[in-house]
Design a protein. Structure first.
Length: 337
């Protein structure tokens, strides 16, 4: 769907909405092919259908082993107090000396879809290149399990990973948290929880097109309403599933929506990237700006013409390759690799 074809209409929240940025031509062609799969206008009633679709592309252990490059196991570890255990997918490179740096990964899915295998293949690309272990957490999904269940599951898994670093062959002093979309928001929330609870020391956070702000009122959200992937109405559904009637109201905690955090000081260095033609653009740019204003370190990339999730949908596109390379370079600098 070409962005230029959209009719511009006024918005009560922002005034007249200017035309959206155009999609990258190579990505626009892919988006047209995916038109019927684009989650715009999604309702809570359609969540079971979304979950069925996400399960179709679930990678097997053999897929994740990559011909013996990684050893793969799944562990059930203690969850939050009084809650079920949490499943961790653990992928460690073979033939590499330990202890290893580790990426603790939180999957996307709008808070309502996915498991610990969703999106992990992209993380393994970097892990294979740099000799990293990957631990991917499976958290309870909304709306059946609203906030704080998802983030508390993620935090419990992170604490267990660090406390059992020696057994896992990982370095507790080189832990990076990473996530995409809803997982990017949960990753940002993990850094806030770790800081505020005196939890695990983290050396970096990778926030890929993160879902950060339940208020859902940015100009980019209005610009992309009905366009691309995960538009403003889909985003509203995701936040409603997580927060119910509290979504968008005055009492949402930062551990649910990190954009609500008043204090962003004392957080680990951040890599943030987002497409220019997606709902989350403005909230992600604002978050990076606030990290700088709080004296923090952040590298921000706004990829021109990128729609939400373009890297997974079009992995061979030039923009996807550029974004992967930028993330890889940042990780190399962070790790001194």
């Amino acid at each position: 769907m070409a962005a230029e074809s959209r009719t511009v209409t006024p918005s009560a929240d922002t005034g007249p909405v200017p035309p959206p940025p155009p999609f990258d031509p190579e990505l626009a062609a892919v988006l047209e092919l995916l038109r019927d799969q684009n989650p715009t206008g999604v309702t809570l009633e359609q969540i079971p259908q979304l979950r069925e679709g996400s399960n179709l592309a679930r990678p097997s252990d053999d897929d994740l082993r990559r011909g013996g490059v990684f050893e793969v196991e799944e562990r059930s570890v203690p969850g939050p107090a009084g809650a079920p255990d949490v499943s961790l997918l653990i992928c460690r490179p073979t033939g590499v000396g330990t202890p290893l740096p580790v990426v603790y990964f939180t999957h996307g899915g709008g808070m309502v879809v996915g498991d610990n295998r969703l999106g992990v293949a992209e993380v393994l690309d970097h892990a294979e290149e740099l000799g990293l272990a990957v631990v991917s957490v499976e958290y309870r999904l909304a709306p059946e399990h609203p906030h704080p269940a998802p983030v508390e599951d993620c935090y419990a898994g992170l604490v267990w990973t660090v406390e059992n670093a020696a057994e896992l062959g990982i370095d507790p002093g080189r832990v990076i948290v990473a996530g995409a979309s809803a997982g990017g928001g949960l990753t940002a929330a993990l850094t806030l929880l770790a800081r505020d609870r005196g939890g695990p020391e983290l050396i970096g956070q990778v926030l890929m097109c993160p879902m950060l702000d339940d208020r859902n009122d940015s100009l980019s959200g209005h610009q992309m309403d009905g366009l691309g992937v995960w538009d403003r109405s889909a985003n509203e559904m995701g936040w409603r599933a997580l927060l119910g009637e509290a979504s968008g109201g005055p009492d949402v905690p930062p551990y649910a929506a990190p954009a609500r955090a008043v204090d962003l000081s004392g957080l680990p260095p951040a890599f943030i990237d987002v497409g220019s033609a997606e709902t989350f653009r403005d909230e992600d740019v604002t978050y990076a700006t606030r990290l700088w204003q709080a004296g923090g370190r952040a590298e921000l990339h706004v990829w021109p013409g990128g729609f939400h999730g373009y890297e997974g949908a079009a992995p061979h596109a030039a923009l996807s390759q550029d974004s992967r390379e930028a993330r890889l370079r940042w990780l190399r600098r962070l790790l001194g690799a």
